[in-house]
Design a binder for this molecule. Structure first.
Ligand code: PEP
Ligand code: MN
Length: 344
């Protein structure tokens, strides 16, 4: 439910409405606009029914949100959400995801030795990347495949940030680890396989750390938005959605990068959208064209796997680009961004 307030609604009137909403067991969410403000009301459908929101002083009109997701919807908030992530060194602009600049985040699939992480971080930043990525806890299809360095991996990422200032994204897979990972990371990643792990979504929703939510391998756009709603409904509004390819009948590529999802999501939600051309294709030589396409269709961020020697990467080597390929990709990304009136 959205309560549209009169342009001259007073602070007392707004407070009075909020108080009543809470007394009904519902949650108010005020968003102040330049011209007028609205109060979104969320909570169980049965509690929302037949409440006389329109009778309160200061109320202009009341609208029902038709979509099953509320907080993530454009109806709820028309202006795009921008998520700021500070750098670990003073004097560097914070990363802003969802703003004018396209943000490139890159790094190996898994956290590797400190020297490799440091070398990668240095060339990523030198070429214009603004954050690094790497998994310490890895969701592998096989229980016999490398499972990640765990806590040791988090320490390496924190050490690289200490030395270079570059913030990082890393995955959390278990509700028991959420607080610990959220403490150290700049952005928590929810991997594709956990898009509908509702306990995990609620747990990251209770933190204040931004969340990169990857689309499930068989997740629809609506299901992705409902998962983001789970996170936001717990109070964490910093969610980035990530298209990373879905499973189709096509086997020429690892997944089918569904770039339709990018403009569709921009219509439906105010949240920033990332594109992952590495998992989306599974092939290093396809990363550049699909990264460019991901920006051309409106992506706000790219999530790319890169490693100084992809042949030696402990996971996802086949889709991992090296430094030269990363530089070439950045050149292209800069060109596309400029055409769109954006920057890198
Ligand atoms: C990853 O980012 O390395 C990863 C495991 O991604 P996904 O969850 O999209 O497969
Ligand atoms: Mn990977």
């Amino acid at each position: 439910m959205i309560i549209v307030l009169k342009s001259d609604a007073t602070a007392e009137q707004i407070e009075h409405i909020e108080k009543n909403i809470r007394e009904w067991g519902l949650r108010p969410h005020v968003s102040k606009g330049a011209e007028r403000s609205v109060i979104g009301v969320i909570g169980e459908e049965s509690l929302l029914a037949n409440k006389p929101f329109d009778l309160f002083p200061g109320v202009e009109s009341v609208m029902r949100i038709q979509k099953p997701y509320k907080l993530v919807s454009r109806e709820f908030q028309s202006k795009p959400t921008k998520i700021k992530i500070p750098w670990g060194k003073p004097g560097v602009d914070p990363v802003e995801i969802g703003g004018k600049r396209v943000v490139v985040v890159a790094g190996p699939c898994s956290v590797e030795k400190p020297e490799i992480m440091l070398e990668t971080a240095r060339y990523v930043v030198a070429a214009g990347g603004r954050m690094i990525r790497a998994g310490a806890f890895k969701p592998r299809t096989s229980p016999y495949a490398f499972q990640g360095l765990g806590v040791e991996g988090l320490k390496i990422l924190a050490q690289v940030r200490e030395e270079t200032g570059i913030p990082f994204i890393t995955e959390v897979m278990d509700t028991r680890d959420v607080e610990m990972v959220a403490e150290v990371t700049d952005v928590l990643q929810i991997g594709a396989r956990n898009m509908q792990n509702y306990s995990l979504l609620k747990a990251v929703g209770r933190t204040k750390t931004p969340v990169l939510l990857k689309r499930g391998i068989a997740g629809t756009i609506e299901e992705l938005l409902m998962s983001a709603e789970y996170i936001m409904s717990q109070g964490n509004e910093k969610v980035i959605l990530c298209e990373r390819g879905i499973r189709t009948y096509e086997r020429a590529t690892r997944n089918t990068l569904d770039l339709n999802a990018v403009p569709v999501l921009h219509k439906l939600t105010h949240l920033p959208i990332a594109v992952d051309p590495s998992h989306g294709t599974g092939a290093a030589d396809l990363v550049l064209p699909m990264a460019l396409a991901g920006i051309a269709c409106g992506g706000d961020m790219l999530l790319v796997e890169t490693h100084p020697t992809p042949q030696k990467a402990v996971s996802d080597g086949a889709q991992t680009i090296d430094e030269a390929q990363f530089k070439a990709m950045m050149e292209g990304v800069r060109g596309i961004a400029a055409v769109l009136g954006r920057a890198v």
